[in-house]
Design a protein around this ligand. Structure first.
Ligand code: F6P
Length: 327
């Protein structure tokens, strides 16, 4: 029979995402509701290795639901990738009598969490927090909606100047391996073309479309490029297009880390609150080595191994829609 869970440690790891604070708040307050003792580990796995762990009470997570970033701070830990690092991390948990962990992060965080569970058997449950939305087993990850809203706001502003000058803009948004941010930003901002890693569209396809636009005297256009695009980032694509179509007045904007900050949207706050609560309820019910996600608006628990090894791509209908609406 599994040990009764009384002391839970929570941490954020990997790239921060707006809504992580709301998730931490929910974990602490749900834990307190169930009479658990909740601890916060600073700087993700780095802090776990270094023994940076503090008790968190209900009041410690007041006034944070609306803040971007993560008050526990975060890190991408190289040390945790080594067996020695994980052993040190385990010793910290033992020293504080921790019975279970809640890991808030993305693919790298869950890869570490799964390995840690396999090696030491500490029940661990993941909460998907990454702006990329690239985790299998949940329709949405915490931070994605805010990042898309931020990107759309930026594109709206670029649209004004692009239109005034009749310019072609290549706007790069984040998403190392997935095109969710780019596709949703493209549709939401009414962009003329979207380039994502999952697409088979080539530079030649883009050039052909831009040539068609030019024949119709349309020289103002917005092209959204996902950072992980297989045909290059916004700068490289812009160069290639300029070589072929020298009459276009081209500019490039890389939105970058702007997308990672800011106050979380209502959707991210509610999602984070639901998932933080679900993580605690899952642990109490005996869930371990899983991620709490939301599918069709229902809470689900998916094995961490599935979350990290299976892939989820943007909806093909959505990709088709972006093309139809851009015509
Ligand atoms: O995974 C989230 C993400 O923001 C990616 O979209 C981006 O490629 C990466 O993190 C950037 O990481 P860093 O902040 O470490 O440069």
């Amino acid at each position: 029979m599994s040990k009764e869970i009384k002391r839970v440690a929570v941490f954020t790891s990997g790239g921060d995402a707006p809504g992580m604070n709301a998730a931490l708040r929910a974990v602490v307050r749900s834990g307190s509701y169930h009479d658990l003792h909740v601890f916060g580990i600073k700087r993700g796995y780095e802090g776990m290795i270094e023994g940076e762990i503090v008790r968190l009470e209900r009041a410690d997570v007041g006034n944070i639901i609306h803040r971007g970033g993560t008050f526990l701070k975060t890190a991408r830990s190289e040390k945790f990738m080594t067996p020695e690092g994980r052993k040190l991390a385990y010793e910290t948990l033992l020293a504080h009598d921790i019975d279970a962990c809640v890991a808030i992060g993305g693919n790298g965080t869950f890869t570490g969490a799964h390995k840690f569970y396999e090696e030491f058997g500490i029940p661990i449950i993941g909460i998907p927090g990454t702006i990329d939305n690239d985790l299998y087993g949940t329709d949405l990850t915490i931070g994605f909606d805010t990042a898309v809203n931020t990107a759309i706001e930026a594109v709206d502003k670029i649209r004004d100047t692009a239109d005034s000058h009749n310019r072609l803009f290549f706007i790069e948004v984040m998403g190392r391996h997935a095109g969710f941010i780019a596709l949703n930003t493209g549709i939401g901002s009414g962009a003329g073309y979207v380039i994502i890693p999952e697409s088979v569209r080539t530079i030649e396809d883009l050039v052909e479309e831009l040539q068609m636009n030019a024949r119709r005297k349309k020289l103002f256009s917005l092209v959204i490029v996902a950072e992980g695009s297989k045909i290059g980032g916004a700068t490289q694509i812009a160069q290639k297009v300029q070589e072929k179509l020298d009459f276009y007045d081209i500019r490039v904007t890389i939105i970058g880390h702007l997308q990672r900050g800011g106050s979380p949207t209502a959707q991210d706050r509610v999602l984070a609150s639901r998932l933080g609560h679900a993580a605690i309820e899952g642990l109490i019910a005996g869930q371990k080595d899983v991620m709490a996600g939301v599918i069709n608006n229902e809470i689900v628990y998916v094995p961490l191994l599935d979350a990290i090894t299976r892939t989820k791509g943007p909806d093909e209908d959505l990709q088709h829609l972006a093309e139809i609406l851009a015509l």
